[in-house]
Design a protein. Structure first.
Length: 260
């Protein structure tokens, strides 16, 4: 599916790439670590673009956006997203974020409440204990060779110029963010006033119990745990298999949440 609009905006010192699909109330899409707009959201765009103005943003060091040499933070990503929305004259939006993108949209709701209608946070984490056992220990030994091939291929296709160098930078920035991940203060979630829909899989890298704890801390929050792995309830799984029936269900629940 081709976007209605695409391009770059200079935001906080770098060029960020974005795509717009459909029309209606805005829903901003924030991808996960190592990924990009279309890789994470092609299935969602297919299902929701006839009802919403979907705004996909490639975050710093990802997709077609420019790179920084400083460490990545969720707070910086939140500022970049809001800055890009300001640049394209979107005053308020709902947000759908996956994985690291889910953590980013929760930061947007905390830091920029005036910009937020509703938030869907899929497979996000705010505490180290929220990840499956052994995740952070494994991160200490990870190399770019451990990066899934489909993520590498997607990045290199989007970056034919100096792709390997940029890929290394993206890998280093993403992995260091997780290696040095620190628990969020509970006041971040308690401060969120917008309605929040938390989604995860029962075989996700994020523990279902962690989502339940987050659900208790957020004042106006709903929680859905699906029979799925990390993200396969809304996109192709790690083997690039698409469970269309499950994704149809997820999209329907997102649609219901946004319309209430």
């Amino acid at each position: 599916m081709k976007p209605n609009e695409s391009g770059y905006e200079e935001v906080n010192g770098i060029e960020l790439y974005y795509e717009v699909y459909g029309s209606g109330e805005p829903l901003t899409l924030i991808h996960g670590g190592g990924s990009s707009i279309r890789l994470d959201f092609s299935e969602i765009v297919e299902r929701l673009s006839n009802e919403y103005k979907l705004i996909g943003i490639d975050l710093q060091n990802h997709g077609k956006s420019q790179h920084r040499q400083v460490p990545e933070t969720f707070e910086q990503d939140a500022k970049d997203v809001v800055g890009l929305l300001d640049a394209i004259s979107v005053e308020r939006s709902s947000f759908l974020g996956f994985s690291n993108g889910a953590s980013t949209v929760l930061q947007i709701a905390h830091l920029f409440p005036e910009k937020v209608e509703k938030v869907i946070a899929a497979s996000g984490v705010v505490k180290r204990s929220g990840m499956i056992d052994g995740f952070f220990e494994g991160m200490n030994h990870i190399t770019i060779d451990h990066m899934p091939a489909y993520l590498k291929e997607n990045f290199l296709q989007l970056n034919p110029d100096e792709g390997d160098k940029k890929l290394q930078n993206m890998f280093e920035k993403d992995s260091q963010r997780m290696i040095h991940f620190e628990d969020w203060n509970e006041e971040v979630l308690k401060s969120i006033k917008a309605p929040v829909f938390l989604i995860s899989g029962d075989q996700d890298v994020v523990k279902a119990m962690h989502l339940a704890e987050m659900n208790k801390l957020i004042h106006n929050s709903r929680l859905m745990i699906l029979p799925a792995g990390h993200g396969s309830f809304m996109m192709a799984d790690e083997n690039r298999v698409v469970d269309k029936q499950l994704i149809d269900f997820t999209a329907a629940q997102i649609r219901n949440f946004l319309k209430k």
